[in-house]
Design a protein around this ligand. Structure first.
Ligand code: ADP
Ligand code: ADP
Length: 230
């Protein structure tokens, strides 16, 4: 997955300044940098929640020029392969945990309900919530809700999981449960792009570090080198 010479402005504010980045498959790419530097905007460009004014996007056989309009068909195809996890979970409040997880597989992938539930139960076990299928989101802690959101993203079997500060709303003791799940996914070579402020975690999980400042890429390379600088 690759972005080439991307520009994004809001009003007269140049938020992404001609940036070029690649996000290797099977690896964890972590975006770090000050608040407001453009990390979320980069992440959201990868599944067209944000559309830059110019630049190219490459993913599998999708070659997109952002200065042209993107067809709905292409948007859907890309979104199906890129599961997004947000800071505030975004679970459907009126659906149970299982209901949340099977929504995508049944509605989008047209998977049968029985099979979708089976998949959902496996994923719930994987994120340490095997007994929570019938619970509603309001009954979950933040850490549990975020693990459900991760299971929901994984249920679509996306090639990439995109995570926008997935633990910054959580207390440290709840954060750990989510970090463990992400470390497990990293060991399984799940392709991920992650925005985080947690530098210790970035150091632990990243295969590649991108430091963004004021809409520009200040560092793009291996974590060992990045974290050995001061
Ligand atoms: P980060 O994720 O690094 O905190 P963002 O990508 O969220 O940064 O934001 C980069 C800049 O773009 C910030 O100045 C932010 O206020 C601005 N911005 C982001 N989204 C919008 C929007 N929808 N409208 C106007 N400005 C925005
Ligand atoms: P994040 O946690 O991704 O940094 P923010 O709190 O910066 O999110 O932004 C939340 C939402 O508000 C996003 O959709 C973003 O695009 C939008 N947004 C951010 N900054 C601005 C802004 N200055 N003006 C308008 N919308 C903004």
């Amino acid at each position: 997955m690759k972005l080439t010479r991307i520009n994004k402005t809001y009003g007269n504010k140049h938020v992404l300044k001609d940036i070029t980045l690649d996000f290797p498959a099977g690896k964890v790419t972590v975006l770090v940098g000050p608040s407001g530097s453009g990390k979320s905007t980069i992440l959201r460009s990868l599944n067209f929640l944000v559309t830059p004014e110019s630049g190219q996007y490459e993913f599998n056989d999708h070659q997109i020029d952002f200065s042209q309009s993107i067809s709905n068909k292409e948007k859907l195809a890309v979104r199906r392969e890129t599961g997004m996890v947000f800071q505030d979970y975004n679970l459907f409040p009126h659906k149970t945990v299982l209901g949340n997880i099977i929504e995508g597989p049944t509605q989008v992938l047209k998977m049968g309900k029985k099979q979708a539930i089976e998949v959902a139960r496996e994923l719930l076990a994987k994120v340490g919530l095997a007994d929570y299928g019938d619970v509603y989101p309001s009954e979950l802690s933040g850490g549990q809700a975020q693990r459900v959101a991760i299971a929901r993203a994984l249920a679509m079997k996306p090639q990439y999981v995109l995570l926008d500060e997935p633990t910054s709303a959580l207390d440290p003791e709840l954060e750990l449960s989510v970090l463990k799940v992400l470390l497990q996914l990293a060991r399984e070579k799940q392709s991920m792009v992650l925005v985080t402020h947690n530098m210790a975690f970035a150091k632990q999980i990243a295969d590649k570090i991108i430091f963004v400042e004021n809409g520009e890429i200040i560092y793009d390379g291996n974590p060992e080198e990045f974290f050995s600088q001061d």
